[in-house]
Design a protein around this ligand. Structure first.
Ligand SMILES: Nc1ncnc2c1ncn2[C@@H]1O[C@H](COP(=O)(O)OP(=O)(O)O)[C@@H](O)[C@H]1O
Ligand SMILES: [Mg+2]
Length: 270
């Protein structure tokens, strides 16, 4: 792992609607604007990632996992500096076939084995997880090395995050594979609601410096996918754009080696 200079980050929460796909799209967009090459990998059969970017595709992650397709053949350009590896309902078939493999240790590593040799041209790989514990999501966990958990403002969401952290602990026992928690990211935050302020305080207590600054609830973020745009394209002056810009900066700075690379080689972050 030490020789890899790219960062492979998963965006995961077992609950749906916590802002995973929104975070993948806008984190990728913010990094790409700084000149970093990003690959986004969709593990969710709902296929929201390609839809959000407005990318049409033919081959998908299913073809990579089940067939002989090369990663490049299933990878599509979404924007300058952003490629995506899309998913669709075919992933449900992939899930079944993985379960039919003789050796479950091999079945859990298909994604990592196929993608690792192909991903080193990217500064960041960002993986959008499905909201369920599947063999596909286990494949994702054995591929990523850092984790972002987007979390909306409810007590149940705090409980769900404990579940994700439990999974991380289990992964910690797998030899040669470490996943570190990068950030818990509060999403859909309304500072005017006392409930949200209280939950945020609770989260600060639980996660300390792993808690990122919240992404506020912002109608522009909710509208952007229907326009197949990132928040920086749809409304660069919105609160959503401001919050994701700050989050992108936090992610870059969380790895000092990488921060130096970006500040030195790529355009300087603002
Ligand atoms: N900060 C936000 N403010 C308003 N709406 C948001 C915000 N983040 C996400 N959304 C909207 O909430 C819904 C769920 O977000 P999404 O990113 O698709 O979640 P997930 O991928 O976890 O299911 C989407 O309709 C999205 O546009
Ligand atoms: Mg999603």
């Amino acid at each position: 792992m030490q020789d890899r200079i790219n960062r492979v980050i998963g965006v995961l929460n077992y609950k749906g609607g916590t802002g995973k796909t929104t975070t993948v799209v806008n984190l990728a967009a913010g990094l790409a604007m700084r000149g970093v090459r990003v690959l986004c990998v969709d593990l969710d059969p709902q296929g929201s990632l390609a839809a959000h970017f407005g990318v049409r595709y033919h081959d998908s992650l299913t073809d990579l996992l089940l067939g002989d397709a090369e990663p490049q053949a299933c990878t599509y350009r979404a924007r300058e500096n952003i490629d995506i590896l899309p998913s669709d309902r075919g992933m449900l078939k992939a899930e079944k076939e993985l379960w039919n493999m003789d050796d479950m240790r091999v079945a859990r590593r298909v994604l990592a084995d196929k993608l690792r040799p192909a991903d080193d041209g990217y500064g960041f790989v960002i993986v959008d997880f499905p909201p369920s514990v599947t063999l596909i999501s286990q494949n994702g966990l054995l591929y990523i090395s850092e984790l972002i958990i987007p979390m909306h403002m409810s007590h149940l969401s705090v409980v769900g995050t404990r579940q994700v952290l439990g999974t991380l602990k289990a992964i910690g026992h797998i030899p040669d594979h470490q996943v570190r928690l990068l950030f818990v990211l509060p999403t859909l935050y309304s500072g005017r609601l006392r409930k949200d302020r209280e939950i945020l305080e609770q989260m600060r207590h639980m996660f300390g410096d792993k808690l990122a600054e919240p992404i506020r609830e912002n109608v522009k973020l909710a509208e952007a996918p229907a326009h197949q745009q990132t928040i920086f394209e749809y409304d660069p002056r919105s609160n959503g754009a401001e919050d994701y810009t700050r989050f992108v900066r936090q992610v870059i700075r969380a790895d000092s080696f990488f921060a130096n690379q970006i500040e030195g080689i790529y355009r300087r972050p603002d």
